[in-house]
Ligand binder design. Structure first.
Ligand SMILES: Cc1cc2nc3c(=O)[nH]c(=O)nc-3n(C[C@H](O)[C@H](O)[C@H](O)COP(=O)(O)O)c2cc1C
Ligand code: SF4
Length: 459
C-alpha cells in the first residue's frame, strides 16, 4: 500500500476548537472574539460590510455553493422587516461539521449572524437547528443569552441604535426542513413543505419578507472575513473556491472526523492522510459531498482537488463537504438501497416523480437484493432516476436520483450479477439473497407478472 500522503489542516474556523470553555463568551472574547462585530458596526457602513463579503468570494457551505455576498445583496433596501435564517438543520447522511461548530464555538456563529444581518439589513434572525441536536441547541441558547447580556444583540447593538434580535428554533426531525423554503414554512408553524421558486427567499421569504438564508459554516466564516479582509481570505483555497472547508469524513476510514482544509487540496490527502485511509483495503467508491452526491470511484476521484469546481467537472459535487468512503467489501446494490430508503423516507410526497420514484426504486432494489428481480427492473431503476432529475419542486428527488443513477452507471455488472444471485447485505453480512433450490418456472412467471403490475403502478 502506498505511503499515506502528507496532510495538514488549515484551521480558521477550527483555530481554537480544542480550547476548553471556548463556548463561553469570556473565553471567546479572550481569544479575540467579538472584535469583528465592533469593526462592522463602529467602523464600517453596512454597504462596506456587504462589499467585503462579496469580494471574498465566500461560497455557501450548505450544499449549492452559491456566493454568500451576492445572495445578501439580493435583499431589497428599505425599511421593511428583513430576516436572516441560519440553516442548522444538518440532516444529510455523512454531514456532522455544523454540529461541532455549534457545540464548541457557538459565539463564532452568533458573531457571524449579527455581522451578516448588518450587511443584509436584517433585524430579525433565527437559527433553525435540527431537533436531534439537543445539546447543541442548549449551548446556543446559553450563548445567545450571553450575547444579549454583552450588548451584541438587542434593540441597540453596541449602542449604535441598530436592532438585531436572535432566536434559536428547534426543528422536529424532518430532513426536508433543511431545504430553505421548507425551513421557512416550518419556522412559520406550518408543515415543512418546499415552496415554489421564484419568488426566492431573498425577495419573499419568512412571513413574506426579504430573507437571507445561510448555513452554519458559511456564517461562521463571516467574522474572519470582516476582521481580516477579503484579500486575506482569498489567499486560501482556489480562485473559484476561496477559503477553507470543514470536511466531515466518515465510512470505511481509520480516523473519521471533521477536518478543516484549504479548498483545492488533493482529495487523497483528506481520505488517506487526515482520515487515515481504509484498513488495508481498496477504496471502491466515495461520496464526495454527502449522500446526495454522485459517487466517484477511487480512480476518478482520489487525485482530484477537493473544490467545488473540480467535483462538478468530475460529474459529482462538493455539496456540504461530507466524504463517505466505501471500501472493497461494500455491496453497491445494498448501498443504492440504503441511499434510496433514506430519500424515500424523507420525501414530503408533494411531487409525483419524487414520491413514486423513491418508493419504486426502493422496491425494485429490494427485489434485486432478494434475487427476485428481472432485467426489466434494472432498466426501470436506471430510467426512473433519469425521469426524476430536474422534474421536482425541490432537489430532494434529484438527491436520490444522482447517487443511485451514478451507482447503476458505474457498477452495472454488480447489479446484473444481483439479478442472478441476489446480494448479501452491506460489508459482507448475510443479506436478503434467496437461498436454497433454484426457483421453479411457475414461481418465476408469477413473479414476473407481479413485477409488471408493480412497474405499471409506479408510473
Ligand atoms: C432536501 C434538502 C435538504 C437540505 N438540508 C440542508 C441543511 O441541513 N443545511 C443547510 O445548510 N442546507 C441544506 N440544504 C440547502 C438549503 O436549501 C440552502 O441552499 C442552504 O441552507 C443555503 O445556505 P448556503 O448558501 O450558506 O449554503 C438542503 C437542501 C435540500 C434540497
Ligand atoms: S422533490 Fe420530493 S421532497 Fe421535494 S417537494 Fe417534491 S416530493 Fe417534496
Amino acid at each position: 500500500m502506498a505511503a499515506a500522503p502528507t496532510a495538514k489542516e488549515t484551521r480558521i474556523l477550527f483555530r481554537n476548537i480544542d480550547e476548553p470553555e471556548l463556548a463561553s463568551i469570556r473565553t471567546y472574547k479572550e481569544l479575540g472574539g467579538y472584535q469583528s462585530i465592533r469593526k462592522a458596526f463602529l467602523e464600517m457602513a453596512p454597504e462596506e460590510v456587504l462589499k467585503e463579503l462579496e469580494e471574498s468570494g465566500l461560497r455557501g457551505r450548505g450544499g449549492a455553493g452559491f456566493s454568500m455576498g451576492k445572495k445578501a445583496s439580493f435583499l431589497p433596501r428599505g425599511d421593511m422587516d428583513k430576516y436572516l435564517c441560519c440553516n442548522a438543520d444538518e440532516s444529510e447522511p455523512g454531514a456532522f461539521k455544523d454540529r461541532e461548530l455549534m457545540q464548541k464555538n457557538p459565539h463564532q456563529l452568533i458573531e457571524g449572524i449579527i455581522i451578516a444581518a448588518r450587511a443584509a439589513g436584517a433585524n430579525r434572525c433565527f437559527i433553525f437547528i435540527r431537533g436531534e441536536y439537543d445539546l447543541q441547541g442548549d449551548i446556543l441558547d446559553q450563548a445567545v443569552e450571553e450575547a444579549y447580556e454583552a450588548g451584541f444583540l438587542g434593540e441597540s447593538v453596541l449602542d449604535t441604535g441598530e436592532q438585531v434580535e436572535l432566536v434559536v428554533h428547534r426543528g422536529a426531525g424532518a430532513y426536508i426542513c433543511g431545504e430553505e423554503t421548507a425551513l421557512l414554512d416550518s419556522l412559520e408553524g406550518k408543515r415543512g413543505n418546499p415552496r415554489l421558486k421564484p419568488p426566492f427567499p431573498a425577495v419573499q421569504g419568512l412571513y413574506g419578507g426579504p430573507t437571507l438564508i445561510n448555513n452554519v459554516e458559511t456564517l461562521s466564516n463571516v467574522p474572519h472575513i470582516v476582521g481580516s479582509g477579503a484579500d486575506w481570505f482569498k489567499q486560501f483555497g482556489t480562485e473559484q473556491s476561496p477559503g477553507t472547508k470543514v470536511v466531515s469524513v466518515s465510512g470505511d476510514v481509520r480516523k473519521p472526523g471533521n477536518y478543516e482544509v484549504e479548498l483545492g487540496i488533493p482529495t487523497r490527502e483528506l481520505i488517506e492522510g487526515l482520515a487515515g485511509g481504509t484498513e488495508e483495503r481498496a477504496i471502491k467508491c466515495f461520496f464526495p459531498g454527502g449522500s446526495s452526491a454522485p459517487v466517484l470511484t477511487a480512480e476518478e476521484g482520489l487525485d482530484l482537488p477537493y473544490s467545488f469546481e473540480a467535483m462538478q467537472e468530475a460529474g459529482s459535487m462538493l455539496g456540504s463537504g461530507s466524504i463517505i468512503v466505501c471500501d472493497e467489501r461494500t455491496s453497491i446494490v445494498q448501498l443504492a438501497l440504503r441511499t434510496a430508503k433514506f430519500y424515500h423516507h424523507e420525501s414530503c410526497g408533494k411531487c409525483t416523480p419524487c414520491r413514486e420514484g423513491t418508493n419504486w426504486t426502493v422496491k425494485m432494489l429490494e427485489r434485486m437484493i432478494r434475487g427476485e428481480a428481472t432485467p426489466i427492473d434494472l432498466e426501470t431503476i436506471a430510467s426512473v432516476q433519469k425521469n426524476i432529475t430536474g422534474n421536482c419542486l425541490c432537489v430532494l428527488g434529484d438527491s436520490m436520483a444522482a447517487p443511485v443513477g451514478s451507482m447503476v452507471e458505474k457498477f452495472r455488472p454488480e447489479f446484473e450479477e444481483a439479478l442472478e444471485k441476489g446480494v448479501p447485505s452491506l460489508n459482507g453480512r448475510n443479506g436478503g439473497a434467496r437461498s436454497g433450490a433454484a426457483e421453479s418456472k411457475g414461481r418465476r412467471a408469477r413473479r414476473e407478472a407481479e413485477h409488471l403490475t408493480d412497474a405499471g403502478r409506479s408510473r
